[in-house]
Unconditional design. Structure first.
Length: 366
């Protein structure tokens, strides 16, 4: 149990009749789901959970968290926080994360809590404040995708073990190469930054995760990514949440994206990065591969119009995900963050095939 945060006007009592009304409003099933999830995160009656949300967060998630925390008997501190998207942003586009802002008092309450449950519409990911939260030891999770995705890709201890095994292998590697029949051929050096395993819940101090998830990633050594990545027709740039209609060719030189070649999709991506007026948007960010067996690549088509972070696409088993923009470990913060998820890619660590045409190969990592 950590030091109890200062109470706020939004503190919720486990016996509140308003909590009971909230459970009735969203239904027992959603509250059950969130209670089961918080049990995976080891929340207990002696702990405090801080719930961060914005005006455009999913209201049913606020109610479900209230009900789940009350059932467990833990203490809940609600923190409605401001979002740049509702005030002023450098780009009209959303979905990058790091756009929610924390005042000093809210940050201190979160750092004093045992768990931060982040349902802000854009997430605190990539924000400078998140590093302080994790350094304080607060277990942190984010959930934005629709309830169906949370339920279908509900995390497990088995997924955690696979993610940790894949993360350990990535952490030992010194070189990474990705190739594909579409024309991808990029190499980089590793070891400057730690590998990260994401398994969908946070049960350890200072761990950040995303519900749902299932993937590993790392930042390449500064200035080392060299070569070409070809995102093929049907691959997905995020946050656009649309399938590419034709291949897009990304050229990297010394860790900088120097050229984006192709048709309309290429122009759309260039316009997106340029709209932030921040050259850091062209830096190589992270890369890795997916491990979530319940992810569905068709999710964008199936859930058209739903607010989602597209974790189906980011964590799809055997995918290759690479990104441009921020690296918070290196102190490089920018809201211009682009994820590109590719299928049918072969990935090698120190010349060992880890993913072959979209299939994780070593038995020890399956």
């Amino acid at each position: 149990m950590r030091e109890t945060p200062v109470a706020t006007v939004n503190e919720i009592s486990p016996l509140s009749t308003a909590v009971r009304a909230g459970v009735d409003a969203v239904g027992e099933e959603l509250t059950d789901l969130f209670q089961d999830y918080l049990a995976l995160c080891d929340l207990n009656e002696s702990e405090t959970l801080a719930l961060a949300y914005t005006t455009d967060s999913r209201p049913e998630y606020v109610l479900a968290v209230r009900g789940a925390v009350a059932r467990i008997g833990a203490r809940l501190i609600e923190l409605p926080i401001a979002s740049q998207m509702t005030v002023r942003a450098p780009s009209i586009l959303r979905g990058m994360g790091g756009t929610a802002t924390l005042d000093g008092a809210s940050l201190e309450r979160i750092k004093a809590a045992d768990i931060l449950f982040d349902i802000t519409a854009e997430g605190l990911l990539w924000s400078p404040a998140l590093g302080e939260v994790l350094a304080s030891g607060t277990r942190t999770v984010m959930a934005i995708d629709p309830p169906e995705a949370l339920q279908r890709m509900f995390p497990s201890q088995e997924l955690k073990l696979r993610a940790l095994a894949n993360g350990e292998r990535l952490g030992r590697a010194k070189t990474l190469r990705v190739v594909s029949d579409a024309g991808t051929d990029l190499t980089c050096e590793l070891g400057q930054y730690a590998a990260r395993a994401r398994y969908g819940f946070s049960d350890e101090a200072g761990h950040w995760d995303h519900w749902p998830s299932g993937m590993v990633a790392t930042f390449p050594n500064d200035g080392t990514p060299e070569g070409v990545i070809v995102a093929n027709e049907g691959d997905v740039p995020l946050p656009f949440s649309r399938y590419l209609s034709a291949p897009v060719r990304f050229v990297f030189e010394k860790g900088i994206l120097t050229s984006i070649e192709g048709g309309f999709d290429a122009r759309l991506i260039r316009d997106f990065i340029d709209s932030w007026h921040d050259p850091r948007g062209y830096d190589f960010s992270h890369l890795g591969w997916g491990l979530q067996r319940r992810a569905n690549w068709a999710a964008i088509a199936l859930f058209e119009g739903e607010r989602m972070m597209c974790q189906d696409i980011r964590t799809f088993e055997g995918n290759f995900l690479f990104s441009t923009g921020p690296n918070e470990v290196a102190g490089r913060f920018t809201p211009c963050h682009l994820d590109i998820a590719c299928r049918d890619v072969t990935l090698l660590l120190d010349d060992e095939v880890i993913v072959e045409n979209g299939v994780v190969k070593p038995e020890s990592l399956q």
